[in-house]
Design a protein around this ligand. Structure first.
Ligand SMILES: *[C@@H]1O[C@H](CO)[C@@H](O)[C@H](O)[C@H]1NC(C)=O
Length: 151
């Protein structure tokens, strides 16, 4: 009786333990949901957000990616580089005091210091000037370029 119970449990548990640990399915996270809640498209962030903190009162947030991350932003194919840690303050339609996102343009790397949502557009503040792009360019959250080792 003991043995057959043992066998039974082995048979039940076996299929589970034999399965490969399924590759981590990347899907939009809570950080992406907060973007949506505040009127921003999820494509402002890469897919791989590891950790995310938001002070609901002040809107101060920190998010941690899985290491630095590079994505190519449509439509002009600017290379955006995300630091491992990105911080800022989010409120409805506005992200201020942004730190940790840079874009490469005109042979230089520029810090994006703020983003505003304005109608169908996003207004990026870069080095004291602003650049406007249709929000729909950011409807999709992209994966970081260059595969990292999975660990
Ligand atoms: C959240 O922000 C409020 C207002 O700035 C501040 O008083 C509070 O201490 C913050 N909470 C945390 C957990 O940092």
């Amino acid at each position: 009786m003991k043995i057959s119970l043992y066998l039974l449990s082995v048979l039940i548990l076996l299929p589970v333990s034999l399965q490969d640990p399924s590759p981590e399915v990347k899907k939009p996270t809570r950080a992406h949901a907060e973007l949506t809640n505040h009127g921003f498209p999820i494509g402002l962030l890469p897919l791989s957000v590891n950790d995310y903190f938001l002070n609901q009162t002040s809107g101060d947030f920190s998010l941690f990616l899985n290491g630095a991350c590079k994505i190519t932003l449509p439509p002009d194919n600017y290379i955006a580089t995300y630091s491992n840690k990105v911080t800022g303050r989010i409120s409805q339609g506005k992200i201020a005091e942004l730190q940790g996102i840079r874009v490469r343009a005109f042979f230089k790397s520029w810090s994006i210091t703020g983003i505003r949502s304005s109608g169908d557009n996003l207004v990026f503040e870069v080095a004291g000037i602003t650049a406007k792009y249709p929000s729909k360019n950011f409807d999709e959250s992209l994966d970081c370029e260059g595969k990292r080792s999975s660990s």
